[in-house]
Design a protein around this ligand. Structure first.
Ligand code: ZN
Length: 223
């Protein structure tokens, strides 16, 4: 009963901290400042835009599960800061691959949020249409990582994805193999990113870097 009521009220208060007023308040905007940094050396390295700390968890929940789709523009703008850094470092055209969402979650939420954020961030960075390719698919359902213990997460994800095979003739013949930037929203233990990397490499793709909006694993690095 309480949740629908909270959803109704969400439009009238900041989704990050609950302060009255529409939209994201100045306190929350000030608290979230993208500072892209490498959190895992790799290969492939993992670049994160932000730490996963308040108010970001509340914003991500509001965006994904509480119908605050308007937050997508802001989340994409934060992701675009890291994407711009990754693209500048690449010095070559790249293919952006969003991590695949669980099909049941996409049906429930009415959107594929990771793909939507990647597409919006790509546009903000001025990358050509067609840069985003959903090369990864889930081949079986996995349990929600939040419900799985840390030590079980790799086993939960293992073998759960497949990638479309690399095809040298597309999308632009003669350019050689376009390296991939694999993109996810939140990284916790890295088990799902590792599975995405495995599936892409098994299909012949070269992964330049993994990019995540937020890092939940290394809070001390963001102090
Ligand atoms: Zn706020």
């Amino acid at each position: 009963m309480l949740e629908p009521l909270a959803d109704l009220l969400l439009g009238a208060c900041c989704p990050g901290c609950g302060r009255p007023g529409g939209g994201l308040c100045p306190h929350c905007l000030e608290a979230v400042r993208p500072r892209p940094r490498v959190i895992v050396d790799g290969p492939p390295p993992v670049l994160a835009c932000l730490p996963y700390r308040d108010p970001l968890p509340a914003l991500v929940t509001a965006y994904k599960d509480r119908g605050a789709g308007w937050l997508g523009d802001q989340l994409a703008a934060w992701l675009a800061v890291g994407l711009a850094a990754a693209v500048a470092a690449a010095q070559t055209p790249v293919t952006l691959v969003p991590m695949p969402s669980d099909r049941a979650a996409v049906r429930r939420r009415g959107a594929d949020h990771c793909a939507d954020l990647v597409t919006a961030a790509s546009g903000l960075c001025g990358l050509p249409r067609g840069s985003v390719q959903q090369l990864l698919r889930r081949t079986r359902r996995v349990r929600d990582q939040i419900q799985v213990g840390h030590e079980e997460r790799a086993a939960n994800q293992a073998g759960s994805m497949r990638a479309d095979p690399y095809s040298p003739g597309s999308p632009d013949p003669g350019s050689g193999q376009r390296p991939v930037v694999l993109i996810d929203d939140i990284r916790t233990t890295g088990a799902s990113l590792d599975e995405g990397v495995r599936a892409l490499e098994a299909a012949g793709h070269r992964i330049l870097v993994c990019l995540v909006l937020a890092d939940a694993e290394h809070p001390a690095r963001w102090a």
